[in-house]
Design a protein around this ligand. Structure first.
Ligand code: NAP
Length: 255
């Protein structure tokens, strides 16, 4: 079978990935490009490394600057990206932040900042993507990045846990509303992955050892580990997958 004939091929598809300059977003962008998608790499930082990785492998990647905490900027993101590069087939809502403090000390600012990027931006980008896709009668794939804290409580990360519980909820809600209209909405729940997001945890010897001891795969995951799941959910092979929260966690939840 040629690559284009494979149900996992993304040849001819165009994917927008938020937070694609580093970590899991970069791993997803590189994997989608490797499966044949043209990638629009979105974020508030330069995308040079991601563009270079994808280009070196023979793929196509365009960088778009957007601070997703800026509601005016994110409101125009999808339509401006489509005006510049053409219709979108895949949206990956990956960008996210975390703030750590005891619940007793947690500030309203740390609540609002995290909810804004991790949950509000996810919903309104999905809405903008779906409005365009439905108006054009095009199928679409939305992949949200959830977390183990979509299932568990966590500790010292109140707004992050609230936001990722919310991501799981709206993934299911949007799947219920849009599955019959040709849009697949699903989420990936990464386990403990080496990235900037988990730098503080990995630097804490007690937390780091406790986490590692519970992972059946006996190691932290890499951003590339999330890429394969994203390719599957973005592909025709996932035609009948709707509203799933797919753990990619080295077995953490099975423990
Ligand atoms: P990361 O390396 O810190 O990446 C976060 C990405 O989000 C970066 O590209 C960051 O851009 C971008 N971002 C943050 N705020 C933004 C804003 N206002 N506008 C635009 N982009 C913004 O962490 P990561 O681990 O790869 O995280 C990616 C996603 O996976 C997040 O949703 C995170 O919650 C989730 N996740 C991670 C883990 C893990 O173990 N690492 C586990 C479960 C879920 P800058 O580089 O410019 O800050």
């Amino acid at each position: 079978m040629t690559q284009a004939a494979s149900p996992f091929s993304l040849a001819g598809a165009r994917a927008l990935v938020t937070g694609a300059n580093t970590g899991i977003g970069q791993g997803i962008a590189v994997a989608l490009a490797g499966a044949g998608a043209e990638v629009l790499a979105v974020g508030r930082s330069a995308m040079d490394e991601t563009v270079a990785l994808i280009t070196a492998a023979g793929g196509v990647c365009h960088a778009i600057r957007c601070d997703l905490a800026d509601s005016a900027a994110r409101a125009g993101l999808i339509s401006e990206a489509m005006a510049r590069f053409g219709p979108l087939d895949i949206l990956v809502n990956n960008a996210g932040i975390i703030r750590r403090a005891d619940a007793l000390d947690f500030t309203e600012q740390d609540w609002d900042d995290v909810m804004d990027v991790n949950l509000k931006a996810v919903f309104f980008l999905a809405q903008a993507f779906a409005r365009q896709a439905l108006a054009a009668k095009r199928p679409g794939k939305i992949i949200n990045i959830a977390s183990m804290l979509s299932f568990q409580g966590g500790i010292r990360v109140a707004s992050y846990t609230a936001s990722k519980g919310g991501v799981a909820g709206i993934t299911r809600l949007l799947a219920c509303e849009w599955a019959a209209k040709g849009i697949n909405v699903n989420a990936i729940a990464p386990g403990y992955i080496v990235s900037n997001n988990t730098g503080a945890l990995r630097a804490d010897p007690d937390r780091s050892a406790a986490i590692l001891a519970r992972i059946p795969a006996a190691g932290w995951g890499a951003p590339d580990d999330i890429g394969g799941a994203a390719v599957f959910l973005a592909s025709k092979a996932a035609r009948y997958v709707h509203g799933a929260i797919l753990p990619v966690d080295g077995g953490w939840l099975a423990r």
